[in-house]
Design a protein around this ligand. Structure first.
Ligand code: FAD
Ligand code: NAD
Length: 450
């Protein structure tokens, strides 16, 4: 019987295991996972930390270890793969409980080792507040243990996790200061979005320091590089993640230019019978055609599904990504998809950026709010390349409509003419995507019906 070894048991690994099991029930599937739990939603951690009564820890676990085992998957938690010998088709494994070493044979292997939080290199003195990351359920448990009434938290890094956690920490009654090394928040977005988010944080009582980093943690707080001192009982380190590729690289698997594992559309690596999926792997950008690395949960699940089907003898392909993402900062949503103007230029397009403010529902509806939307369009062809948006309502819909249009290689002209659902409680007569599509087609010099 063919034996499949899967290294890593969260999104990509467990999706692959479940898919392969369904496609070929007699496969021998061994999953090795170094954490105590599998298949949980890391994406839900900030929301569970913010309100564990509404979203208890257990609700984040999509499928238990026992359920996978009942489905015939040999799943071993707290087991770390330390070395993989591809030519001998063997892996060396350490039990994290007993420290015992074992060797397991395999026919095909999937690296689903994910990503890890980058640890800030910040000197610390004894008695300083703990500096903790948020990547796993265990990290969330550690963080939760440090919440205390009237506590003070410093968030290092104003990216996706830092911003989502600002709300969680405020909900937990903590005083929150956010320190971002870049001169503005969300440097990859339009500057107006970073400014709007900074103002929104201030409205919710979060103090923000931009263009400065934390120099050291000392008893009672942290010192910034410019000498300022911030009182704190807890520091959350959220300065980004890197792909976990060391195990695969040591086994001879090729690493791509992005630093993640290079894969083809079938999620195959450069070595026969060796696959990679999820945050440890690259993907192809649908618009630029370039290899990119987006450590996102939906991509990990979709790549895991493709890898699982192919490991089980299928012929599935992963078509690529647009980098569509959305996150919440208190009651604002921020979203993006496709190429930024800079990326578009680097990919040989001649981008123009069109901006519009549009209502999320008919203006007279009490819950209608304004969406600030931007669209990146190729001037010559009118082709849609990318989009961003910010607002308290309707941002998710705008970004998903535009992402679908970009995926289908539509032009601004097509976007303006889409047949979308309209009724006052749900949308204005012209939805945000159509309003901005209309502006873009004028900018590109296209008249309706041309
Ligand atoms: P991982 O989740 O990193 O899992 C890999 C697993 O493999 C880990 O358990 C790791 O410990 C284990 N492992 C690694 N090496 C070994 C080894 N040698 N032996 C055994 N086990 C090993 N994405 C979104 O799209 N939307 C969101 O809203 C969102 N929110 C997020 C919020 C937070 C706080 C975090 C941390 C992430 C969020 N993400 C979000 C990202 C998303 O969680 C990841 O993209 C997803 O978890 C990736 O899944 P994965 O299986 O590829 O990797
Ligand atoms: P990030 O890359 O989103 O943001 C890191 C931020 O830290 C950046 O703004 C960067 O400029 C800043 N930074 C870097 N070094 C610093 C330093 N020394 N001091 C202060 N600031 C510093 O990374 P993250 O917030 O850790 O999130 C990791 C990944 O998890 C994201 O890239 C995303 O893929 C995923 N995620 C997604 C969502 C979502 O889709 N809603 C939510 C959470 C996490």
């Amino acid at each position: 019987m063919t034996r499949i070894l899967i290294v890593g048991g969260i999104a990509a690994g467990m999706k692959a295991a479940a898919t392969a099991r369904r496609r070929k029930p007699d496969l021998d599937i061994l999953v090795l996972q170094d954490e105590a739990e599998v298949s949980y939603s890391a994406c839900g951690l900030p929301f569970s930390l913010g309100d564990s009564a509404a979203i208890p820890r257990a609700a984040l676990i999509a499928r238990s270890v026992e359920r996978f085992r009942a489905d015939g998957v040999d799943l071993r938690v707290r087991h770390r793969v330390e070395e993989v010998d591809i030519s001998a088709r063997r892996a060396r494994i350490r039990s994290l409980d007993s420290d015992a070493i074992s060797v397991e044979p395999f026919d095909q292997i999937l690296f689903a080792t994910g990503a890890q939080a980058i640890a800030p290199r910040i000197p610390t003195t004894e008695g300083a507040p703990p500096m903790l990351p948020l990547r796993s359920l265990a990290d969330a448990d550690r963080l939760r243990d440090h919440f205390k009434p009237g506590g003070r938290a410093v968030i290092i890094g104003g990216g996706y996790i830092g911003l989502e956690m600002a709300e969680a920490l405020r909900l937990q009654g903590q005083a929150v200061t956010l320190v971002e090394a870049a001169p503005r928040l969300l440097p990859a977005f339009d500057p107006a979005i970073g400014e709007a988010v900074a103002a929104h944080l201030a409205r919710h009582g979060v103090t923000t320091h931009l263009g400065v980093s934390v120099a050291e943690t000392v008893p009672g707080g942290v010192t910034l590089a410019d000498g300022r001192f911030i009182e704190a009982d807890l520091a959350l380190a959220a300065i980004g993640v890197r792909p976990r590729v060391e195990l695969a690289a040591a086994a001879g698997v090729a690493i791509g230019e992005t630093g993640a594992i290079a894969v083809d559309e079938a999620m195959r690596t450069n070595l026969a019978g060796v696959y990679a999926a999820g945050d440890c792997a690259e993907a192809r950008h649908v618009v630029s055609g370039k290899a990119v690395w987006y450590p996102l949960g939906d991509i990990a699940n979709r790549q895991g599904r493709v890898a699982g089907l192919n490991i089980a003898g299928g012929q599935s392909s992963f078509p690529g990504v647009l980098g569509t993402a959305i996150f919440k900062v208190f009651d604002l949503a921020v979203a993006r998809t496709g190429l930024t103007p800079e990326q578009a230029r680097q990919s040989g397009f001649d981008p123009i950026v069109v901006r519009a403010k549009a209502p999320s529902r008919a203006r007279y509806m009490p819950n209608s709010r304004s969406i600030d939307a931007a669209l990146v369009v190729d001037r010559r062809s009118g082709r849609l390349l990318g989009a961003e948006a910010i607002g308290p309502d309707g941002v998710d819909k705008y970004i998903d409509v535009v992402a679908t249009a970009i995926w289908a290689r539509l032009a601004a002209d097509d976007l303006a003419d889409l047949d979308l659902a309209y009724a006052p409680p749900f949308s204005p007569v012209f939805a945000a995507a159509q309003v901005i599509g209309e502006l873009a087609r004028k900018e590109c010099g296209v008249l309706p019906g041309e």
